[in-house]
Design a protein around this ligand. Structure first.
Ligand code: ZN
Ligand code: ZN
Length: 471
């Protein structure tokens, strides 16, 4: 995988066609533009430049002509009224999207995805399409109506009409337009990246993709090693866009999701070794590995890759050599899950006794401060991918960093409240060692504490292996 600093985004062909269509439209007669040396239109001017002022004067005149009082937001109204097709084309991906408020905003999308158990992105469907595609019962219609504070019992055509009249036409929450206004900088008065690509191009926003969100949360909760930020971004690439592929498991043509070869809940790293498969095959794999996965993971390790988090390495090294078929792989998965739950329990005991200072050394908040984009992404061949990384220190990145640390410690506090009920507990057999670790931490002797912690984890691994490996 090669890495370059940053790159300029080329215009999508559809966007080129769109710019030609728009400048030729009589709706924009007299609005300033010029062409670059290569013949393409210079779409963007800066607001305060000479050319920016020319454009602004045109928009001012347009507002007067349309009877829109000049104030904050007047250009957005004018741009919407003037636009000849109301369809904007995304500069990045070429996707045509409505400039009207017809797409779910982030909150609405989240609840729709939750309610229907789906994984839509904001730009996939308009609210009207969502109603047509997913609402087959009155209960579903009432759910949507509730989100718009409309009454229950409306049939789908009445519901759609009320949403259109009361929300779409008034540009109200919980809806979003397919392109944000940006007047007079852009010729058509709209940001060139559509809603489809804003998450990726707008550094101030992070992906709203539920699946990614749940996945990265899980990696933090499990105290996984690995560059979680890069792994999250790469996972997100799998469910971007509508491209469908033949699922290697069920052989149906579907959108792909990323499945970790070696799940984080068993102690594996949040690494970049993903297998593409459809959502339903992914869900039914259910945090296990099979014999083929073990072989793949060993091969990755033989080639210098890292797959397992430090805290689970001891048991993995023991198990990976003795697994010999799917059935024994299944047993090994179960053993690793038990081991991992016990390790988290040890962490939670340390946290209760000593606070965050010692344990935070096992987290990697520095990974948050990098932005990633990808070229040559192919879900079935990640070897060709080009990772473009850029260091950023923004408020938003700091927030991600804080969230990562918070989620990790919250999971320990939950653990200590619930006790270790999720798996068979071996803790009592290593309790004395853990208390010694805690003593060393309290004395500030972190090096010795590290050594003893590793020894108790190895001890724990042996106990579990001896008790639960039947072969
Ligand atoms: Zn796009
Ligand atoms: Zn499938």
């Amino acid at each position: 995988m090669k890495s370059i600093e940053s790159c300029d985004r080329a215009w999508h062909d559809n966007f080129k066609k769109y710019t030609e269509f728009i400048v030729a439209s009589p709706a924009y007669k007299g609005l300033f533009y010029e062409r670059k040396a290569d013949g393409t239109i210079k779409w963007v001017v800066t607001g305060k430049s000479k050319h920016g002022k020319l454009r602004q004067a045109w928009w001012d005149a347009a507002c007067r002509r349309l009877g829109i009082p000049i104030d904050k937001g007047c250009y957005a109204i004018a741009a919407r009224m003037i636009h000849p097709t109301k369809i904007h084309v995304c500069q990045c991906c070429g996707k045509p999207l409505s400039i009207l408020y017809v797409y779910p905003n982030k909150n609405l999308l989240k609840s729709v995805n939750n309610y229907f158990g789906i994984n839509l992105r904001q730009s996939d469907y308009t609210i009207f399409e969502i109603i047509d595609k997913y609402c087959f019962t009155q209960e579903c219609l009432d759910f949507i109506a509730g989100r718009f504070h409309l009454r229950n019992g409306l049939d789908s055509s009445v519901l759609k009409k009320q949403i259109k009249d009361k929300f779409t036409d008034k540009c109200l929450k919980p809806l979003s337009p397919g392109a944000m206004s940006n007047c007079p900088d852009r010729f058509d008065g709209y940001h060139s990246d559509g809603l489809c690509c804003r998450e990726r191009t707008d550094k101030g926003r992070h992906s709203d993709n539920m699946k990614t969100y749940m996945q990265d949360r899980r990696a933090y909760e499990e105290w996984s090693d690995g560059n979680y930020n890069l792994a999250n971004r790469l996972m997100g690439e799998f469910h971007k866009g509508n491209k469908t592929y033949m699922c290697p498991i069920c052989h149906k043509k579907k959108r792909m999701t990323a499945d970790h070869i070696g799940p984080v809940s068993l102690g594996f790293r949040h690494h970049l070794y993903f297998a593409p498969m459809c959502q339903s095959c992914n869900s039914s794999k259910n945090n296990r590995f099979n014999y083929k996965d073990v072989q793949t993971l060993r091969e990755i390790e033989n080639n210098g890759g890292e797959v397992i988090s430090w805290h689970s390495k001891y048991l993995w090294d023991k198990l990976k050599c003795v697994v010999y078929d799917d059935e024994s792989a299944k047993v090994a998965s179960r053993i690793m899950a038990t081991n991992h739950q016990n390790i988290l329990f040890i962490f939670s005991e340390i946290w209760k006794a000593t606070g965050e200072e010692y344990l935070i050394r096992f987290l990697h908040p520095e990974y948050s401060l990098v932005d990633y984009r990808f070229n040559n992404f192919d879900p079935f061949d990640l070897s060709k991918i080009e990772i473009i990384s850029k260091e950023v220190d923004s408020k938003n990145k700091r927030k991600n960093q804080e969230r990562y640390i918070r989620v990790a410690f919250e999971s320990l506090s939950e653990f200590s409240m619930k006790g270790n009920r999720r798996a068979k507990s071996y803790y009592s057999q290593v309790e004395n060692e853990v208390h010694k670790v805690i003593g060393l931490i309290k004395n500030g002797d972190y090096d010795k504490a590290d050594k003893l912690l590793n020894m108790s984890i190895a001890h724990l691994g042996n106990l579990i292996f001896d008790a639960e490996w039947p072969y």
